[in-house]
Design a binder for this molecule. Structure first.
Ligand code: 6PG
Length: 467
């Protein structure tokens, strides 16, 4: 028997994706160096599945139909290189290797080149949707060699999430395009999570609203134009009782020091490199960092006092929040998608933003009803540099901006941190400013460093003796 596909790394993600493929009638071999994991795989199979687990790279590669298609689902970094090295002696020209982890995109570029020299096609593919997604339909973001993708396409299209019958996977571009798109997906994920957390904070600490009422708001949002996976799970989190104490919801007992595995940070770091302004994603990364300094925050909370001076009532804030949240959410996606547009030029990925919006509509962590609006915007004008310039989206933002401004005022007046929320308004204001005060920056640079400036009324480069 020749197997259609192979998966290396039978942790939760690898195992679930393998079973998902087997559900769709593909025969799949699994490789894991841990004999326990390799052996237990077959026990999970139903009689309809054709799957086989092994601990031997040689046996594994021998099982798969040529040209082989193999996916690595091992932790990013050294384990990926180790897995590649263990397979290499048994691979042949034309074989296709896919890294399905959250790899740092420059690592993928290096691997693509190293393996191309051996005639092997290497793909970096972001997979989103967590354990459940892998098992029942993730969103998948592959990048690599366009022709070699044909070996993968039927399998990936079968297992991906579907929206209106369309699979949430498509070939995105060459080299590390897939990892890059997934990295920015995660940056957007960080910012929307923080936007939601700020709403919760404003209501809970700012207005003393009880958990159940906040829960109802998110539940209501999830049945509106704000429908999205992150809003949905927040509504679920806010009603999960604490089983340890039996008193109130679990959320109230969870430590507020947030962790991160690095993809959000990479989004910000690279955005700085390619000069893509994404203030809301940067703010979300930094809020996780600030959350670490618990002891300092406890001390500062005693010293740096502020009295609530807000005149916005609870009713008024509830009335404004829905539009304000929508404004924030759209503005965050706009920043991330604009980064992709800039990166696509910088790295020659050839990204099609309509396709990106399309495969984010289902399966992934940032899936949301508004992704269909974005898809339509890019379909209308594929070269759109920023969603804010789409006529329909722009009109919606103009209508909702008053609500967003009122909510930000309430945050400020109450002294509740709103790094992401306020950044969405200031990003909007910066982007729509015909004139920015950066003329003064240029003058200062020329004053102290003779860095020269350009004029807005005549051509040329100028320097002034300011003193
Ligand atoms: C996804 C997620 C996933 C990510 C985790 C943890 O799309 O399924 O983005 O890939 O690794 O959510 O990310 P942090 O630990 O950095 O929060």
């Amino acid at each position: 028997k020749e197997f259609d596909f192979g998966i290396v790394g039978l942790g939760v993600m690898g195992r679930n994706l393998l079973l998902n493929m087997a559900d769709h009638k593909f025969s799949v071999a699994g490789l894991d160096l841990d004999p326990e994991k390799a052996a237990s795989l077959e026990k999970e199979a139903s009689e309809k599945h054709t799957i086989k687990g092994t601990t031997s790279p040689e046996e594994f590669c021998g099982l798969i139909r040529k040209p082989r298609a193999i996916m690595l689902l091992v932790p990013a970094g050294k384990p990926v290189d180790a897995a590649i090295a263990s397979l290499l002696p048994y691979l042949e020209e034309g074989d296709v290797l896919v890294d399905g982890g959250n790899s740092y995109f420059p690592d993928t570029n290096r691997r693509v080149d190293e393996l191309a020299a051996k005639g092997i096609h290497f793909f970096g593919m972001g997979i989103s949707g967590g354990e459940k997604g892998a098992r029942f339909g993730p969103s998948m973001m592959p990048g690599g060699n366009a022709e070699a993708y044909e070996r993968l396409r039927p399998i990936f299209e079968a297992v991906a999430a579907k929206v209106n019958g369309e699979p949430c996977v498509t070939y995105l571009g060459k080299g590390s395009a897939g990892n890059y798109v997934k990295m920015v997906h995660n940056g957007i994920e960080y910012a929307i999570m923080q936007l939601i957390a700020e709403v919760y904070d404003l209501l809970k600490r700012g207005y003393g609203v009880e958990d159940a009422k906040i829960q109802q708001l998110f539940e209501k949002w999830n049945n509106s134009e704000l429908a999205s996976f992150l809003v949905e799970i927040t509504a679920g989190i806010l009603k999960k009782e604490d089983e340890v104490t039996g008193k109130g919801i679990l959320l109230n007992y969870i430590s507020d020091a947030a962790k991160a595995k690095g993809t959000g940070k990479w989004t910000s770091q690279n955005a700085m490199d390619i000069q893509a302004p994404i203030p809301s994603i940067n703010a979300a990364v930094e809020m996780r960092d600030i959350s670490k300094y618990k002891e300092e925050r406890v001390e500062a909370s005693k010293q740096l006092k502020w009295d609530d001076v807000s005149e916005t009532s609870e009713e008024e804030i509830f009335a404004a929040l829905t539009d304000a949240f929508y404004f924030g959410m759209i503005t965050i996606y706009a920043q991330g998608l604009a980064q992709l547009t800039i990166a696509s030029k910088e790295y020659d990925y050839g990204l099609n933003l309509e396709e990106v919006a399309k495969i984010w509509r289902g399966g992934c962590i940032i899936r949301a009803a508004c992704l269909e609006d974005f898809r339509q915007a890019y379909s209308k004008s594929p070269e759109l540099p920023n969603l804010l310039l789409d006529e329909t989206i722009g009109k919606t933002l103009v209508e909702k901006q008053a609500a967003a401004r009122n909510v930000v005022k309430a945050f400020i007046d109450k002294g509740i941190p709103s790094s992401v929320f306020s950044s969405t308004v200031s990003y909007f204001d910066s982007y729509r400013s015909e004139i920015l005060p950066t003329n003064l920056i240029q003058a200062q640079r020329d004053f102290f460093g003779a860095h020269k400036y350009e004029r807005n009324d005549q051509e040329g480069i100028f320097h002034t003796e300011w003193n």
